[in-house]
Design a protein around this ligand. Structure first.
Ligand SMILES: *[C@@H]1O[C@H](CO)[C@@H](O)[C@H](O)[C@H]1NC(C)=O
Ligand SMILES: *[C@@H]1O[C@H](CO)[C@@H](O)[C@H](O)[C@H]1NC(C)=O
Ligand SMILES: *[C@@H]1O[C@H](CO)[C@@H](O)[C@H](O)[C@H]1NC(C)=O
Length: 476
């Protein structure tokens, strides 16, 4: 069995309505909503091909930032002059100056205007090893990308006036990087939704609703190969994240003997707290910024039901934010499962590591630019992974912290030595949470330890911050 470490998500093909791309891309993101700047990319072990669509008839720029800001970034700029000539160059930013690189390592493939968009397609090596640092290697995890576009050309070069620019974390070389072929004719779909009116007096809420697998799924195992987050138009800003949690066999054997299924409600009501203790296994998740449709690699699926498996109950937990305390927000968000009896080669599970999300688990002092906390899952903790097999392969992780999280790293320690990163995120952004797919699965062996380091920034906090489930509490 393969385990998916931690929790939450990434990117799939594209459902964006935008200008057509010049080829099919496995990865896509909107860098500026709603339709201002699109990023598409494909990559292999050595090279990456990128296509950007910037809503301008002027110039556009895209690149990688080492620190999150513009300074020291490695960028490309492109434009088309009135005389129809194409311009593309590999540059680096020092201070506010956008200087041409001595050696050009990003190469143009196509530049053209299509309706409102300037389309630029280019390629480069993932690792350039440029000693002058004008070009940066594309790092693992979720590097900070920067982009800009503008309408004014000055002296036949990009102008600073009318510039739109921004930064965004993007899992450039840790995306799924494939659009698995799914034949919807042989896929069964089931939806589970909330039906809830947000409490206007609460800025953050955890809502829970129990559901049961369809009877024939519970009887005969299905392979879950895709799931989709179902939004309610108008409540997008309130939906922060959801998890689907599996109940263990004791939920039916013990809990339901003397209790009824809790009604959909606030998750921390006494009834739910009792029920949840039987259903702690997070199996699927989505968080803001994640892909609406989530696929897995083609040889992997999450097993559901089946006579050999007694779990038939799940619950959906939805975290709502209502910072402006809007009245009467009705939400029907939820999740759609796509499952099949055409079993895939491997099944995966989910394992979560990190701090306890309680006031004892995380305590952050105020006014710290960077406060580091390490969480170890020692041998005793990883042992539970090896009850049925000597090795497991990790194919993906989902780093998760709240607003103060800035960096997240998870390493495997074997015999006192670091052997691999499971997550390597110099940048973590609460508003853009992605699955980090590993290009090569990492093998965990009996006796391994997993150490997670979170770096938090509390410089804007006047008081201590404690672990907890609300967005304004901290978590990892
Ligand atoms: C990787 O991609 C580049 C650019 O698209 C291509 O030239 C190269 O042949 C590819 N390498 C492999 C191993 O597929
Ligand atoms: C939501 O619940 C209300 C009250 O129980 C019910 O009247 C309504 O039909 C439900 N809406 C949906 C979309 O299920
Ligand atoms: C900080 O915490 C103290 C003690 O709980 C409280 O009195 C004070 O109002 C808090 N300060 C801020 C800025 O929230």
């Amino acid at each position: 069995m393969i385990f998916l470490l931690n929790i939450f998500f990434l990117i799939f093909g594209t459902t964006l309505s935008a200008p057509k791309t010049t080829e099919t891309y496995s990865n896509s993101l909107i860098l500026r909503e709603p339709d201002e700047f699109y990023l598409y990319w494909n990559y292999n072990e050595t090279d990456i091909v990128i296509e950007t669509h910037a809503k301008t008839s002027g110039w556009s720029s895209f690149g990688i930032s080492p620190t999150g800001g513009m300074d020291n970034s490695d960028v490309v700029v492109s434009w088309i002059n009135n005389d129809g000539s194409h311009h593309f160059s590999d540059r680096h930013i020092r201070g506010r100056q956008v200087l041409k690189d001595k050696v050009q390592n990003w190469f143009p493939i196509a530049i053209f205007q299509q309706d409102d968009y300037l389309i630029t397609k280019f390629t480069r090596k993932i690792k350039i090893c440029d000693e002058s640092n004008e070009d940066l290697d594309i790092p693992e995890g979720t590097p900070m990308t920067i982009f800009a576009y503008g309408s004014v050309l000055v002296d036949d070069d990009i102008g600073y006036h009318n510039t739109n620019r921004g930064t965004k974390t993007v899992p450039l070389i840790n995306s799924l990087n494939a659009a698995p072929k799914i034949n919807l004719d042989e896929v069964e779909q089931v939806e589970f939704r909330a039906n809830y009116t947000l409490d206007k007096s609460k800025d953050t809420e955890y809502f829970c609703t129990m559901f049961k697998l369809p009877v024939d799924w519970a009887k005969e195992k299905r392979h879950l190969i895709r799931y989709e987050t179902l939004y309610t138009p108008g409540t997008e800003e309130n939906l922060h994240h959801w998890t689907v949690n599996e109940c263990g066999p004791d939920f039916e054997k013990e809990f339901l003997k003397s209790n009824s299924i809790p009604d959909p409600a606030f998750c921390y009501s006494p009834n739910w707290i009792k029920a949840l203790s039987y259903c702690r296994k997070i199996s699927l998740a989505w968080a803001v910024g994640g892909s609406i449709i989530q696929d897995f690699p083609e040889d992997l699926a999450y097993p559901l039901g089946g006579s050999d498996q007694e779990t038939k109950y799940f619950f959906l937990e939805i975290h709502y934010d209502n910072p402006r305390l809007k009245n009467g927000v009705k939400d029907y968000s939820g999740v759609r499962f796509y499952a099949t009896k055409n079993y895939r080669k491997n099944e995966f599970g989910v394992f979560t590591v990190g701090a306890e999300e309680s006031a004892q688990g995380i305590i952050l002092p105020p006014r710290a630019e960077s406060f580091k906390l390490n969480y170890a899952c020692s041998r005793d903790c990883t042992d539970m992974l090896f009850e049925q097999q000597d090795e497991i392969k990790v194919f993906s992780t989902l780093p998760h912290a709240h607003l103060l999280g800035k960096e997240i790293y998870t390493k495997v320690i074997r015999d006192g030595k670091e052997v691999a990163y499971l997550a390597n995120n110099k940048f973590y952004d609460f508003n853009n949470q992605y699955y980090n797919f590993l290009n090569k699965p990492v093998t965990l062996k009996k006796g391994d330890e997993i150490v997670t380091k979170c770096v938090y920034g509390t410089n804007k906090k006047a008081n201590f911050t404690y672990g907890g489930l609300a967005t304004y509490n901290e978590m990892w």
